[in-house]
Design a protein around this ligand. Structure first.
Ligand code: FUB
Ligand code: ZN
Length: 648
């Protein structure tokens, strides 16, 4: 892959980036330092969730010997700081801010001081359980945190040239390479939560040092053997294990250790773990040309997309283990759909494009991005969803213990704060998802106004997508040779046209891309997608959605909210033949296209009737139904919401 650089110029994505820079980054910094008076909510009713404070920066100070005290928080509390640092790095790359850089340099110094002489770093084990270092790998997250640290340090060095960050990264990676591997005397095991593999692959891509890719490959391939080591470690557990109560045996599918990774066919276990694993697998497969691994990625991808993914790009059907369940099991009001899981799906999709030029990967990337990822954050950048339901009745989340994870208003912070900084790093690096260079093709995956500069080609993409579907590309081919640009034809789009230098161009759809051969010099390519409201129906095996309809417009899935439609959203039905109209509302929810259509509302004939009656007790009255983009729901106070509606 050559040198390529993308800069987002789109006003709405720039607004998101500014929101991260001006609101999220300072806000999250205050939270990490416990310098702000906010309510930290447990993500579900579970007394063991630490939610009094973050303490994340203080943990580093204690581990570095700069402060005295106890560790507080999860074993992976360090990763909140690492993801924050990574978001800062991307933000600085975009908009230089000397004060922010000085602050972040200080964080790198602090991390360096907390790093042990041999390269190991983890504040929990350093402060609280030094004797248990690498002795509880199924749950310790030591390598998970290491992976996030590598990602952050690489991004920070890239943005600022801070060399100390790379010193820490090498020391850590070399320490892991000396500790883990197939050789005798080393530990033969993988972390219970994938992530280190992603960090190691990034280190390989920036340094070209084969040992890092080899170690990532090793960590993936040893998964199938890891339960043996987990079991041995469990036997030595003193019953007072790190997560309180000893190493609890979890189903081996939870950690994707039930089979060697290249033999896995379905998406199993904890959803974030699975997509992080697949992200690394796809990277290793493309980089090391491992066909078997690539085939496994494709099989798992098919299983997710064909049978286990919500229409919003959410994944994880149950709160039990934040996990996948079984094919077509997609409940709308008990699901998990963690924000991080959709972010991980975006990572996986991006890597798949390096294995195969297929627009479906970018379709899913876009689906997850515009729906479940963005819904993870309130419009103010200071409130966050961990769980992204498709159907909410507020009191059920409050009073039904099985639904305590389903919140109707985004909390200010969460006991487990993995999602907010994950979203911050995704938004600030969104530039990297718009284009890919694959086998001499430049793929346009996302329609976001931007400037792309490659070795041979520059592209100015102009559009206000998804408000409209008109996209203009000014392409400059600096070489003698024709350049090949693949413009994604979204799977949801039924009608589209193209022009090349003002002339109508016939479009051939080659696996989701329109390939345009661009001769030397400057040329204009216009791609016009028809964007209109569409109805979607689920596979008949999805029992929760039978006889229901969901509505989308372009990449955005829509929902109905009590704020627009009153209570009892289950009493609404969309007429099967009603026209769905679109109206731009610049003042609403930062500017959204609102959809409206005729439907009906069920009303009780006898409002005093008991719980059950032996006569039909409802009548239908006409109702205008209003839809808003799913990712904007929950920004107008506590209220009901629903994606799938009945249709008559
Ligand atoms: O275990 C680390 C992170 O915390 C996971 O990725 C999330 O699902 C949350 O459990
Ligand atoms: Zn999360």
């Amino acid at each position: 892959m050559g040198n390529m650089k993308t800069k987002v110029t789109d006003p709405s994505w720039k607004r998101y980036k500014e929101l991260v820079r001006k609101e999220m980054i300072p806000y999250q910094w205050a939270v990490l330092n416990d310098n702000i008076d906010i309510k930290i909510e447990k993500e579900r009713d579970d007394a063991s969730i630490p939610s009094e404070k973050s303490h994340a920066i203080e943990n580093f100070k204690i581990a570095a010997g700069l402060s005295k005290g106890e560790h507080y928080g999860w074993v992976f509390q360090d990763s909140d700081v690492y993801k924050w640092l990574e978001a800062v790095a991307y933000s600085l790359e975009d908009t230089w801010d000397e004060d922010l850089k000085t602050l972040a340099d200080g964080v790198v110094d602090l991390i360096g001081k907390a790093q042990q002489p041999d390269g190991y770093i983890n504040t929990y084990f350093t402060i609280k359980e030094p004797a248990k270092r690498y002795k509880r790998l199924v749950e310790s997250h030591e390598l998970y945190c290491a992976g996030h640290l590598l990602e952050a340090l690489i991004a920070y060095n890239n943005a600022t040239g801070n060399t100390k960050s790379m010193d820490i990264a090498y020391k850590l990676a070399n320490h892991m390479d000396e500790t883990f591997g197939p050789e005798e005397g080393k530990l033969h095991c993988a972390d219970g939560h994938e992530e280190v593999e992603i960090g190691l692959m990034k280190l390989y891509h920036v340094t070209g040092e084969a040992r890092y890719a080899k170690l990532a490959d090793y960590f993936l391939k040893v998964r199938g053997d890891s339960p043996k080591v987990y079991e041995e470690q469990r036997k030595t557990d003193d019953g007072k294990g790190i997560l309180g109560g000893g190493i609890s045996p979890k189903p081996i599918k939870y950690n994707q250790t039930h089979l060697p990774v290249d033999m896995q066919d379905t998406a199993e276990g904890h959803a974030v773990r699975l997509v992080y694993m697949c992200t690394a697998m796809a990277d290793v497969a493309a980089t090391l040309k491992d066909e078997k691994l690539a085939a496994a990625c494709k099989r798992i991808w098919r299983n997710i997309v064909d049978k286990r993914m919500y229409i919003t790009g959410g994944i994880g059907s149950t709160v039990q283990g934040e996990a996948f369940t079984l094919d077509y099991d997609l409940p709308n009001d008990t699901m998990y759909c963690e924000t991080c899981a959709s972010i991980g799906l975006i990572f996986f999709a991006k890597q798949m494009l390096n294995i195969e030029r297929n627009g479906e990967y970018a379709d899913v990337m876009e689906r997850a991005l515009y729906n479940t990822a963005l819904s993870g954050m309130a419009l103010d950048g200071k409130h966050f969803f961990y769980v992204n339901p498709l159907e909410v009745v507020p009191n059920k989340g409050k009073l039904d213990p099985t639904k305590s994870h389903v919140k109707s208003v985004r909390p200010e912070w969460l006991g487990c704060a993995c999602c907010p900084p994950n979203l911050a790093r995704l938004i600030t690096s969104i530039d990297d998802y718009i284009y890919s260079e694959v086998e001499d093709n430049i793929l346009v995956n996302l329609f976001i106004k931007s400037e792309f500069t490659g070795d041979k080609v520059t592209i100015y993409q102009d559009s206000d997508y998804p408000k409209s579907g008109l996209v203009t590309f000014k392409v400059t081919n600096k070489e003698e040779k024709t350049a090949r640009i693949g413009i994604r034809i979204p799977g949801w789009c039924d009608n589209y046209t193209g022009k090349f230098d003002g002339e109508d161009a016939g479009i051939t759809n080659e696996k989701g891309y329109w390939y345009v051969n661009v001769p030397t010099g400057e040329h204009e390519v216009v791609f016009a997608m028809e964007i209109k409201p569409k109805r979607w129906y689920s596979n008949i095996n999805v029992s929760e959605d039978t006889r229901k309809v969901a509505v989308s417009r372009g990449p955005q899935v829509y929902c109905v909210e009590e704020a627009d439609n009153g209570r009892n959203l289950h009493c609404l039905s969309l007429n099967s033949d009603s026209e769905i109209t679109t109206e731009w509302k610049g003042e609403l929810l930062n500017g959204v296209n609102v959809l409206e259509a005729e439907g009906t509302r069920l009303l009780a004939i006898d409002t005093k009737a008991g719980l059950y009656t032996d006569k039909p007790n409802v009548t239908k009255v006409p109702a205008k139904i209003r839809f808003i983009p799913y990712h904007t729901w929950g920004n107008r106070g506590e209220n009901e919401m629903r994606v799938w509606l009945f249709e008559d």
